[in-house]
Design a protein around this ligand. Structure first.
Ligand code: ADP
Ligand code: MG
Length: 367
């Protein structure tokens, strides 16, 4: 089921008349979620992810704009009539019911022609439970399950009605690190197996990058960039997106373009053909540095951390806007720890320039 958002806007009015403190939680969001794909809605806390999800679900009414499921305009439909499955951060299971009763619950509440006989309901409940691998736990109470198992029950409960669209709001945030990893792979598998169009909300860029077919990066209610995770990482449209994606994060410098060359401090570090003379922000991905004896960028070496396959070089540079510059290089490079400085060359496609006012990307030709 394709989901279309047209100029979706949500404004929360001021709480009192004196203050003009209305919040534009979501601002003119237009996007088509392709049928059967998993879309990751990503951005810092308060950027409008949940509000977007709640508007898709019908729990909140847009101030303006429209929502379509396929060709059907669902903007005015209640959540019950949209055919959605919802999963929240806190699993919100009924504590006094068993797993089986929790999963059955949405089916028992079906009305009219959707009503099912007992046998069909049980069959469906067991199918959903099997899909999330909790069919052995059907007679337990939620308190007898781990967090990860509880979240699986919540997912099974969302799937049991065979929703047209599955909506997940930070579903892994309450799980510990290992379970979070495991459960996100599970969600990906379940999504692939069922082919249900899914929206996955998270503030965790790594989570969104690893699970999504497409990510949507938001800031203050406004969509910043949409694309395949790798494409957005490789080609950020502005400084915010460049900084938001990637661990360790991108290194940001103050730079100057003069005569088609990029300067960090006194050193010319890269040819940037086609860019006029101007001051710029420079983003360099940690993997964008290559140690070399004739390296163009000389930084003060602070630390060398060996991490198996890779080496992390921690250094400082006067033009850096971060306390330290982090580069990740292949462990084959032998870095002299005793040295005061380290010399680095740059991979041009790992270097991004941004306007200092708008923070929008300034493009240059990479040979
Ligand atoms: P996210 O899920 O990305 O953290 P939200 O969608 O929850 O962000 O919130 C977006 C903005 O809307 C925030 O500034 C938040 O304070 C505001 N907001 C959310 N819900 C309400 C509400 N019911 N009333 C007033 N403001 C709200
Ligand atoms: Mg939220």
């Amino acid at each position: 089921m394709k989901v279309e958002l047209q100029n979706l806007t949500k404004i929360f009015p001021s709480r009192n008349k004196k203050e003009n403190s209305e919040v534009i939680a979501v601002n003119n969001f237009t996007f088509e979620i392709p049928d059967g794909k998993l879309v990751g809605l990503l951005g810092p806390s308060g950027c409008g992810k949940s509000t977007t999800l709640y508007m898709i679900s019908g729990l909140q009414k847009p101030t303006s704009g429209k929502i379509f499921f396929g060709d059907e305009d669902v903007t005015e439909l209640t959540p019950e009539n949209r055919g959605i499955g919802l999963v929240f951060q806190n699993y919100a299971l009924y504590p006094h019911m068993t797993v089986k009763q929790n999963i059955l619950f949405p089916l028992q509440n079906l009305k009219g022609e959707d009503k099912m006989d007992k046998e069909t309901m049980l069959k469906r409940a067991y199918e959903a439970a099997k899909l999330v691998q909790i069919d052995e736990l059907m007679d337990r109470k939620p308190s007898e399950l781990s967090g990860g198992q509880q979240q699986r029950v919540a997912i099974a409960r969302a799937l049991v009605k065979m929703p047209r669209v599955l909506l997940l709001d930070e579903p892994l945030s309450n799980l510990d690190a290992r379970l979070r990893l495991q459960t996100r792979e599970e969600i990906r598998r379940i999504q692939r197996e069922t082919g249900i169009t899914t929206v996955f909300v998270t503030h965790d860029q790594e989570e969104a990058m690893s699970i999504s077919d497409v990510i949507v990066v938001m800031k203050l209610g406004v969509v910043q960039q949409v694309g395949k995770p790798q494409e957005v990482y490789d080609n950020p449209t502005n400084l915010f997106v460049a900084k938001f994606l990637g661990t360790p994060p991108i290194n940001v410098f103050d730079g100057e373009v003069k005569g088609g060359k990029l300067y960090l401090g006194e050193s010319a570090v890269l040819d940037v053909p086609g860019v006029d003379d101007r001051a710029v922000y420079v983003g360099i991905r940690p993997e964008g540095f290559v140690p070399a004896e004739d390296g163009v960028l000389e930084a003060n070496l602070s630390n060398v951390e060996v991490m198996g396959r890779d080496v992390s070089i921690v250094s400082t540079h006067s033009a850096s806007l971060n306390p330290v510059v982090r580069s990740i290089v292949d462990a084959d490079y032998k870095i002299d720890r005793a040295s005061e400085t380290v010399k680095l060359n740059l991979k041009p496609h790992k270097v991004f320039l941004f306007d200092k006012e708008t923070e929008e990307r300034i493009y240059f030709e990479v040979n």
